[in-house]
Design a protein around this ligand. Structure first.
Ligand code: FE2
Length: 423
């Protein structure tokens, strides 16, 4: 007897009429002819069933703090960092946790069941670290959360940051972060990458740095990050988040850089919603788009995942933690409108992100965790186009969120037409 049987599902590779059988929180059978009784059944009605969405780059400590203590008037990254600095002295563990828990419910409703969150370690008290370590434990039944020790004010630039980061890792933070482009000089930036990668190698941890989040084409810390990854044998364990300066780098230099990133098996994590709004702020016209070279990296075989980065915080006033919104923006900003390119952006918010987080049991094969989302859409392209309702969000075989199908009723002189925007 299965615990749950999902019938009439469509999978991302256009397999239709698929059934998924679940027992004890695991997928025990998948295919067109799954036989057996189940305690509960869901008819997916031909809709797309996908493994959960994943956000591999987020800031849970700052989320939902929009307007505290004031709004970002210039809309720039630097005013955002300054604003966060103004807010920090007023933070409390309770308020931090409350906002994180509120966001987690949004994430679940949108089918985002794994989150890698950076946590600011600049503050001597490490209050945000303490709060998010508790949140991580409390939401573990529903969301896989990873924390990155993030020296927001600079690893060398800010007094006490070296010690604070080490203490955060001692407390149980999972991943080593950094912000080399925010250090005072290029040399300090490069030295911070080396120091932080060495810490990760010594402690056996993953690395995920905010790297070159600037329009300055001479910001080349990704080169050092790739070099150190190889030198320290960290291949496949390092991510470069943002990498926006690459959009403005010299093409010859990039032709030499991309093979190095590929050899180091670094995952690139662009954050298209944030990159399109924060970058190019010093430009008049023409104005740069701000997102890194996704297409070129994919062609080199580099794993590209996509992050949301912010929801209603000092840097970004919008968002609902919908990873399909992120994929939608990536398709536009990156001009990734070919069919296979659009599908690759769906992968960027699902399996490519699972890879960078080293998640185990992710996917819809037999033996995987029974975590999945049934969308009100027939395929990946429709999902990105409509960012539709998440009809069912399932975690370890249990439905943890439901949304009714969204249907508009258009009344034209008494003739009522149902509109779902699907062909
Ligand atoms: Fe970020």
């Amino acid at each position: 007897m299965f615990d749950l049987l999902i019938k009439n599902a469509t999978l991302a590779d256009a397999k239709t009429q698929v059934s998924i059988a679940i027992k004890d929180g695991k997928i025990v059978d998948v295919g067109p002819r799954v036989e057996g009784e189940a305690l509960e059944a869901i008819d997916a009605d031909g809709n797309l069933v996908t493994p959960p969405f994943i956000d591999p780059h987020f800031h849970m400590d700052a989320t939902l703090s929009l307007g505290m203590p004031r709004l970002n008037e210039s809309g720039t990254l630097l005013e955002g960092i300054a604003l966060w600095g103004e807010l920090k002295p007023h933070l409390t563990i309770e308020a931090l946790k409350q906002r994180a828990h509120a966001l987690a419910k949004w994430s679940i409703a949108k089918g985002t069941l794994a989150i890698r969150s950076h946590v600011d370690t600049s503050d001597e008290s490490l209050m945000a670290v303490e709060a998010l370590l508790e949140v991580k434990k409390e939401i573990a039944p529903w969301i896989d959360m990873q924390l990155v020790a993030f020296p927001q004010d600079g690893y060398f630039r800010s007094k006490g940051a070296v010690d604070n980061l080490a203490r955060a890792l001692d407390m149980g933070v999972d991943v080593v972060g950094g912000i080399p482009h925010f250090e005072r000089t290029m040399a300090d930036g490069a030295a911070s990458v080396t120091a932080l990668c060495e810490i990760a190698a010594e402690r056996g941890l993953l690395v995920d740095m905010h790297c070159d989040e600037t329009d300055d084409p001479m910001s080349r810390h990704i080169e050092t990050l790739a070099y150190e990854t190889k030198r320290l044998g960290l291949e496949g364990r390092v991510a470069g988040s943002h990498l926006t300066s690459m959009h403005s780098m010299d093409n010859y230099y990039v032709s030499k850089l991309l093979p190095l990133i590929a050899e180091a098996e670094i995952t690139a994590i662009p954050n298209p919603l944030i990159n399109i709004t924060l970058q190019g702020r010093h430009d008049s016209y023409p104005k740069r788009r701000g997102m890194t070279r996704v297409k070129e990296m994919q062609e080199m075989g580099i794993n590209v995942a996509l992050g949301h980065d912010c929801v209603m915080d000092p840097w970004y006033s919008m968002g609902s933690h919908d990873m399909l919104e992120v994929a939608h923006m990536a398709v536009h900003v990156g001009q990734l409108t070919g069919v296979s390119q659009m599908k690759s952006m769906f992968k960027a918010v699902t399996e490519n992100s699972a890879k960078v987080m080293h998640l185990e049991g992710y996917g819809l094969e037999t033996g995987c965790n029974a975590d999945m989302v049934i969308l009100q859409a027939k395929d990946e392209l429709e999902a990105i186009r409509l960012r539709p309702a998440r009809l069912f969000v399932i975690r370890r075989g249990k439905v943890i969120s439901k949304t009714e199908p969204v249907v508009a009723k258009v009344d034209l002189d008494g003739a009522v037409h149902e509109v779902t925007f699907q062909r």
